[in-house]
Ligand binder design. Sequence first.
Ligand code: NDP
Length: 398
Amino acid sequence: MKKKSVSILGVTGSVGQSTADVIASDPYRFNVDVITANKDWEGLAREARRLRASRVVLADEQFAEPLSDALKDEEIVVHAGEKALEECVAPNTDITVAAISGFAGLKPLMYAMTKSYAVGIANKEPLVAAGPLIMETARQFSTQILPIDSEHNAVFQVFDFDNPENVKRIILTASGGPFLRSSPEAIAVATPEQAVAHPNWDMGAKISVDSATMVNKALEIIEAHVLFEMPAEKIEVLIHPQSVVHSFVEYHDGSLLSQMGPSDMRTPIAHALAWPERMETGGEKLDLAALNGLTFEEPDYDRFPALKMAYACMEQGQAACLTFNTANEVAVEAFLQREIAFPDILKSIEYAIQNQPDIKLDTIDSVIKAHHTVRTVTQDYINQKTHNGTDQRKVGTS
Ligand code: NDP
């Protein structure tokens, strides 16, 4: 079997590590070309050795020297800096896994789409901020997009791409996050430690907070709208606390097709890496007999207003979707730094959407400009809050 060439953007993160684990479990299947990280030079060096990568790229240049030292006995090419990251994927790469967290992944992803035959996308924020541009690039370069986000990977596996008119709706499942049953009073004083403690999934800090606010599901609604080119009214959410059914596609005849699996990102990652074939993951398998029932319920839109905000943004257009994503990134950073309280995340997003930029988002440069404008607007709002009266307090630890 010919080996697939793979590159991993964000190898040191939660999805990146799971990707590395899947590849390491079947090393004869893959040749790892470039792997990247932001600051974690030790993790990057460790993965470079484990995966026998050809090249490494560290976005933060200040750690380039220790990284080079750590790899001096290996034949691994070391690059550093943002420009190196943005253009790191080599031509004719079979698959690039996009696993950087947040908007920072946009430029490397766009470049990878012009060089790779397929991209496995976990990094949902660029899809929300610049979905039309990404899809247009995929069409232009005939790049196969393979969703890695577990819900979208599930939909991809059961979606009739040849006859999309047969699809009645997509139902994205949501675990509900750590505050599904918490009182509004408890949610109001939630700490970063409580917010990142997801009941089912072990993920990076940002997406864990997004799960707690349900902004993650809101981003996923927009992500599904982009990836499957479905109108907003055909995308719904159901709470499914067990995280076993990873989403449904309902057809007009009443058939509901779903993909089930363990709460283990190695399954959707392996699906993307091996596609159109299948491979072992080295991970857990679902034990149906041991399941204690599967439950589904309507989300509480009043307690988790992020979901409604996603639909409103899709109706308003691309600038609103970008603003939703960017404001959330700024607010989550502030929450994790204990500068704002948990409910202030959504208040910050609301404020930013009311003040969204009036910019045509038809180029990467215009998207990046809008992103920076929204960052400033949101940061100003947060600064004002933290320097005013009752909000002038650090949020306590648990
Ligand atoms: P992590 O925070 O665990 O990892 C992020 C990765 O991106 C790290 O390798 C990090 O490098 C790198 N990175 C962060 N910022 C930058 C930057 N400015 N420039 C370059 N590299 C950067 O995130 P996750 O793995 O949890 O999530 C990654 C993406 O996948 C997100 O978009 C998330 O929404 C999505 N996703 C995650 C899931 C999960 O289970 N974790 C499930 C589904 C989707 P360093 O380590 O050096 O900081």
